[in-house]
Design a binder for this molecule. Sequence first.
Ligand code: ADP
Ligand code: ZN
Length: 611
Amino acid sequence: MESYIRYIAVAFVATIIGIFIYNIWDIENTAPSKSYSEFITEVNAGHIKKAHIKGGEIEGLDRFDQPFTTYSPDIENLMPKLIEKNVLITTEKISASGLKDFIKNLLPMLFILGGWYIFLKTKGEKGKFKKSKEIIQKNIRQITFDDVAGIPEAKEELLEIVDFLKNPTKYTGLGGRIPKGVLLQGAPGTGKTLLAKAIAGEAGTPFYSISGSDFVEMYVGVGASRVRELFTEAKKNAPCIIFIDEIDAVGRQRGAGDAAGGQDEREQTLNALLVEMDGFQSDVTVIIVAATNRPDILDPALLRAGRFDRLITVPLPDVKGRLEILKVHSKNVVLSKTIELDDIARITSGFSGAELANLVNEAALMAARKGKSHIEMSDFDVAKDKITMGIERKSVVITEKERKTTAYHEAGHTIVARLLPETDPVHKISIIPRGMALGITQQLPIDDRHTYSKQYLINRIKILLGGKVAEEIGLNQETTGAVNDLNSATDITIKMVCEWGMSEKLGPVAYFTENQSFLGASALKTKSLSEATAKKIDDEVKSLILKCYYETKQLLTKHIKLLHRMAEILLVQETMEAEDIDIVFNCYYSKLETENKEIDVEIKQSKEELK
Ligand code: ADP
Ligand code: ZN
């Protein structure tokens, strides 16, 4: 950015100097002018030696050999007089003089254009020295996957890319197509750039990087030509990696509103990128890794097959991940023996990798400022406060209480889903905040369903209510965190009653069809339903949901031990995969069994005693 300003300054100064030199030249080459009457007087007096006439303009020498200029409105009548007075006359065609004028007028223009050209050139358009510094950087230190911690899934997926780069022929030999583009999506600071560098480092290939935001302030055509240049350079050095950071800055959906000027440039750059991506042959192994935290706003053209068709999510690290990242970054600092990185990982929920790196650094600075020989826990505490409070954080900072609520909430969804039949298996639960959601329970449908059984729908409603119910019975509290769940549950119930004819009271009647959203009884009224029917529908929806609610409450109350246990584990672990959930359930059931056996034994004993 700074260099930018420098170039503008250079261009500006060059232009000024150009204009300055031109003016001096012009002044030196222009004789002082005489008035026409003065000129006529001197002609009459025989004081003019030479006159050079072009059009009406006259350049001449007077009796002191001083050059002068003047303008005659009436050359025809002047000529005889000049001849009479023996003035040496030369003439020139007007067109020729016009050319000179033209050049004279053009000169400042040329200087300005020249200055501009120099500006563009030095800006890195073609200047060789720029390339290696800012726009294209090759790896200085080889970064490897060891430097990337806490995001094992993303790493795993990228290992394949490393293999492509190392042995391209292994894949192409079988006729396979090597992927061209990989899109890394994730919050800022989660390690996307680091991952891209690590791919290059692992494969030992050059790494070219460029940022989408670089293009935003460029002039039309520059971005596109820079893209072409980058690809040409990369192709020469294949196999290699091109990393495009913040691709959303160029790759935003075309036509999505922004200032008209930037739009053109962005579209040209994006088109150049697409052309380049489509252009290279399959025998050139150039893999383009792009990063964004807004995959939703990308132009669909970018995601088409053969372009960025691999989408890899780089999540915020969970507690285990944070521990790993802390380990990587505290390698080079001196920690007090009393410090448990585990504890730090636990109190930094929602931190990104970059924030954790920053945390270690701040703590080290804090300790150094106090003249300590090693970093203590108190330094981490201060550093954490500084990071969480100092900067306005984009991600949510959650309190311990909120975490606990979320843990019970998500555990509730999961347990209900696990205990009821005909439900989608729970794939993963997490209490790591993500966007607006504080936690998430992911259920993967076993197959793509198009029709749903009534049982499935009822259980779906119960699962949705499970979050709220778990908060109520586990923590004895009610929060607003279940809004979305309640909306979805109500939605399903309304459809069951009004669309799918699944209510016994109202019968198999479709009260409204798809795409008409339900806005309560008042909306139904306008749909020419009688008030009585509308009320019936309202009542039926309510009673169905209430029934589900009570049954869910019963279910979770019966298994409250499991709820507490699951929430506890979530609080510590933050995420649970399907296998983790299996283990918890199995433990719970085997305990139940032994408990039941003990109860049986007790009953037997008391029975025997009675005898
Ligand atoms: P992004 O590109 O996703 O915004 P970066 O890759 O630029 O994030 O991360 C910035 C810095 O944060 C890295 O240079 C590294 O020091 C640290 N960092 C981020 N994620 C990780 C991680 N998973 N493991 C280790 N360090 C990380
Ligand atoms: Zn929920």
